[in-house]
Design a binder for this molecule. Sequence first.
Ligand code: G1P
Length: 298
Amino acid sequence: MKKRITKAIFPVAGLGTRFLPATKSVPKEIMTLVDRPLIQYAIDEARAAGIKEFIFVTSRGKGALEDYFDHSPQLESELRKKGKDDLLDILKTTNMDSGAIAYIRQHKALGLGHAVWCARRLVGNEPFAVILPDDVIAADKPCLQQMVEAFEDNPTNMVAAMEVPEDKAHAYGVLDVKETKGNVVSVGGMVEKPAPGEAPSNLAVIGRYLLTPQIMKNLDQMKKGKGGEVQLTDAIAEEINAGRDVLGYRFNGQRFDCGSKAGFLQATVSFGLSRDDLRGELMEYLQDIVGGSRAAAE
Ligand code: G1P
């Protein structure tokens, strides 16, 4: 029988310094895209892909995340009393089944690979997903679901991949492409944040991974890579060196880098425009200001 992926790791231990002072008291993952926190988009995507167990790798100061996924009896009973069923329905999407969510602390910021490794006991000896909530992907079929479907035919390590401009490749894990078949790319090597001019291609790793349990074993060695951190990219690249397959999956959809301010703002505008209740007003405003600045420039 084919092994289904039912566990996902969400590395959410980062300090979010790029968003200070907001992140002084609010975890980055709770910051709001239109009316939902970033983490909700990641959870919805995981659910659509069949994930049943959600493992958060957190750090000090992330308590608001735990509260967010908890039930809120007082608020719920107030809404029930007032007959606000629509709001109750919205709240339901934030509730997790008992025992479906686990929080593990990463005690030291030793890198993404280390954060993932912190969840090794909860993952056990099965394939698992990793979702980086900073990467928000708008797609008709959610990105992780696309990958899980591809994994059924190719049950091996798979990373989401997207072309990026050459001068941006240094900010990503980059794939050395051996062969492309449809959306699936066979990977001959992976480099974490290559120096300018040294990227093996312009196909970058985006924050969705389906990984075999061997990756946890590779991480056991705690090898330090780029920036002196334990890199997930390196643990995956080791599989290629060991002669095992690693695939890139060129997903359909638009990715927003919500780890950067410009990316967050772009996502806000795009998600706002995709909403029936907001599109009209927002569009009018955007046309106004763009038209206004054009007129001023002329
Ligand atoms: C991480 C990974 C990198 C990947 C990127 C995608 O980097 O290490 O390989 O390309 O996420 O967003 P970070 O952006 O956390 O520095």
